[in-house]
Design a protein around this ligand. Structure first.
Ligand code: ZN
Length: 444
């Protein structure tokens, strides 16, 4: 098997240790050796990649993606996209994630029943490039819940991006349908969402309905993910063993205690970018900060910052990503979440980077081979032009993602066309996609 060495790099290995200079050796699709300067291992290699002093880190995992969200300003625009265009869109988006160094991703729900599954299968078959992908179901919701887009005079369910169920037997049927399609996990909407006109504090599902979903999923060895903004919905996640908790903004002390007592089991992917960008950066699309405040998002951001800060202190696993794919937070800008973790949750830049790498491997259920640069781990790597620990926002700049390797294969390599060294010291405001709203962070 061919051996490849990546030399002359500053290595962030995802273990929690400090960055060190060194080189690594890859054989096939796995890392076989990691050496600290001045130790040399490159002589064993058949080919070399000169890292030119750049920053080498494990590929990142996006913990809450919706590839079928289509970078438009409304939920209606997502659901009205015809299926043929929609799958082509997902294919395009999957490549965009990989280009930006997201080598793994969790599908948090697809806008049509089979989009995620078909895309995952295409990626696995090598038909199109994309992150290692775990496919979600549609959002399983109830009448009047988030994802029910039917109108009183136009009750056509097929136009809803959610799959509507009422009562345990309909939940069973929906779950078995998605299992038949081949999802990796089920997704249920256990709380409301302001932009859909449903209070985030609302928890519309009964215990019987949730129990049916989780029982059917577990019997088939599948995990469950939940849209859970309200305190009660977070408690439902713990009570019913729902592993992936999305949002959790209004988790109260009891919910935090429950999560902490089960922190080996649960992951929280808050989608903080959605709250920040909808609160401060959606004016162009009709959601001014004043309107966002009236909708409830400013209040939710303040609550979430407080809650997530407590979660992080309690050692509950909080991961980046979530709900990118709207006009004011297009796919590809997901690394904004990392700086938001620092600004709003109090993570250090290193902790933010670990949440995207080591914890990413864990949520992919492959913590022993994904998310770190260690011998035996899969060669999913990102070479960054600049030091993300000094400025996490450089991870939102396509030109600074100098090289992406997935499964030992180079997917992208712009080492020679990336900005010159001087560009490393660009002020953050000149970085493309730089979020000018970071200074509007809610004070700690
Ligand atoms: Zn979501």
């Amino acid at each position: 098997m061919k051996k490849t060495a990546i030399t002359n790099v500053a290595i962030f290995d995802g273990s929690g240790g400090d960055v060190f200079n060194g080189e690594i050796l890859i054989e096939g699709n796995r890392i076989v050796e990691v050496a600290r300067f001045p130790e040399k291992i490159a002589a064993q290699a058949d080919q070399f990649i000169d890292g030119k002093g750049k920053f080498l880190m494990p590929g990142m995992t996006e913990a809450h993606t919706h590839f079928s969200w289509n970078d438009q300003p409304t939920l209606a625009a997502i659901q009205m996209m015809p299926p043929e265009e929609h799958i082509l869109w997902c294919v395009e988006v999957a490549k965009r994630y990989l280009d930006m160094g997201w080598t793994s991703a969790i599908g948090a729900a697809a806008a049509k029943a089979r989009l995620d599954v078909v895309l995952r299968n295409a990626i696995n078959a090598g038909q199109c490039p994309g992150p290692r992908y775990l496919a979600g179901s549609q959002e399983i919701t109830t009448l009047g819940g988030l994802g029910d887009m039917t109108l009183p005079h136009l009750p056509f369910e097929e136009f809803s991006f959610g799959h509507i169920v009422i009562g345990p037997e309909e939940v069973r049927k929906a779950t078995r349908m998605f299992l038949k399609f081949g999802v990796d996990h089920l997704k249920i909407n256990l709380s409301g969402e302001y932009i859909a006109g449903i209070p985030a504090e609302l928890s519309p599902f009964s215990e019987e309905e949730i129990a049916m979903l989780t029982t059917e999923a577990k019997r088939n060895g599948k995990r469950v993910a939940a849209h859970a903004r309200s305190a009660e919905s977070v408690k439902q996640c713990v009570r019913h063993g729902i592993e992936m908790v999305f949002h959790a903004s209004f988790a109260d002390e009891e919910a935090l205690d429950m999560l902490e007592a089960n922190k080996e089991k649960h992951f929280v992917a808050p989608g903080i970018g959605w709250l920040v960008r909808t609160s401060f950066h959606a004016s162009e699309y009709g959601i001014t900060p004043e309107i966002a405040e009236k909708m409830g998002y400013r209040h939710e951001l303040e609550a979430a910052a407080d809650t997530l800060r407590k979660m992080h202190r309690r050692g509950i696993r909080v991961l980046p990503g979530g709900d990118y794919g709207f006009a004011w937070m297009p796919h590809g800008t997901n690394a904004n979440d990392l700086q938001y973790f620092v600004d709003y949750i109090g993570m250090t830049p290193k902790e933010a980077l670990l949440s995207a790498t080591r914890l990413g491997g864990e949520i992919m259920m492959r913590g022993d081979e994904l998310g770190q640069i260690q011998p035996g781990f899969l060669a999913d790597l990102v070479l960054v032009d600049g030091d993300p620990l000094c400025d996490l926002r450089i991870l939102t700049d396509p030109a600074r993602i100098a090289m992406v390797m997935q499964d030992g294969v180079i997917h992208k390599d712009v080492r020679d066309t990336a900005p010159r060294e001087a560009a490393l010291h660009l002020p953050a405001s000149e970085i493309p996609w730089h979020d000018k709203g970071v200074q509007e962070a809610v004070p700690a």
